[in-house]
Design a protein around this ligand. Structure first.
Ligand code: G
Ligand code: G
Ligand code: MN
Ligand code: NA
Length: 245
């Protein structure tokens, strides 16, 4: 398709960009991390959202060079960010197709080496479907990454089918509560109850908890009072280019 060849060109000509969204620690609202979010700028100044082209890239196989570009750029940016703020960690979204390739771990470790990025500066975000395929092999590969200091985040938690008790076997550091639950805080008691339960159970299993999609001070206060460790959302900042951070 036309989109496929335009995407190929964008990858080859280095036309893609990573934008970064702040993640704050709840107890002092300091930015401790940023999430890398892929953007495809168009000649008219607009952007094509990843939700539109990542599924295409997964179908065509372009997801591999695309994901490799993302990870390498995120590592380079993490090295630069260290000079500004030595506490900052960068989180990167990982596609299942990339993670499941036989050389994924080698690729990650080689890229850390080549860019001079430490594992401790990187977090990998994965959705539960990746982890729940839960082959022993997937668990071992995550453990290898964690031994190199990389942390693992479970993205969009609550939108799939898994239970937290099942997740306790997984080598995960932080659970990101999907923003659809946060959006319901004001009007839906069921969302409030769910968030409270997820935070309590996740913490009893030694996961840290991050609330996504915080857009108002009331939402921030609600999840902070429940002991949620980290927050992310437009209330703290939208995804922006690195140079504007
Ligand atoms: O930034 P935005 O809301 O448009 O992101 C939409 C979706 O695309 C989110 O689910 C996000 O996780 C995903 N996404 C954003 N950047 C990347 C990326 O670099 N790699 C992968 N695999 N997914 C990404
Ligand atoms: O699937 P993932 O959680 O990685 O998706 C991240 C997406 O969520 C990004 O596209 C980002 O732009 C979007 N996002 C981040 N914060 C907010 C927010 O506060 N409100 C809304 N509506 N979207 C957000
Ligand atoms: Mn994410
Ligand atoms: Na997310």
């Amino acid at each position: 398709t036309a989109m496929r060849s335009r995407l190929q060109e964008a990858i080859e000509h280095n036309q893609l960009e990573l934008h970064y969204q702040p993640i704050v620690r709840s107890n002092d609202q300091q930015t401790v991390q940023v999430e890398a979010l892929l953007r495809w700028p168009q000649t008219d100044g607009s952007f094509i959202a990843p939700a539109e082209f990542i599924p295409l890239a997964e179908m065509t196989g372009q997801i591999v060079p695309l994901s490799e570009w993302v990870f390498q750029r995120a590592c380079e940016d993490a090295v630069n960010l260290q000079q500004r703020d030595p506490k900052l960690r960068v989180s990167v979204n990982i596609s299942a197709l990339h993670f499941n390739r036989a050389n994924f771990v080698d690729f990650v470790l080689n890229t850390l080496n080549e860019t001079g990025c430490r594992g401790g500066w990187i977090e990998l975000e994965m959705t539960e479907s990746i982890l729940l395929e839960g082959s022993q092999n997937a668990i071992e590969r995550l453990q290898t990454l964690r031994r190199h200091g990389i942390s693992i985040a479970l993205d969009d938690f609550g939108t799939g089918f898994s239970s937290l008790s099942y997740l306790k076997r997984l080598p995960v550091d932080v659970v990101k509560i999907d923003r659809s639950f946060i959006a319901g805080i004001r009007h839906h008691k069921s969302d409030r109850v769910l968030i409270e339960g997820v935070i309590r159970i996740a913490q009893s299993l030694d996961f840290a908890v991050l609330a996504e999609g915080i857009e108002t001070p009331q939402q921030a206060e609600f999840v902070t009072d429940l002991g949620c460790n980290y927050m992310q959302g437009y209330f703290f900042g939208r995804p922006i280019p690195l140079e504007n951070l």
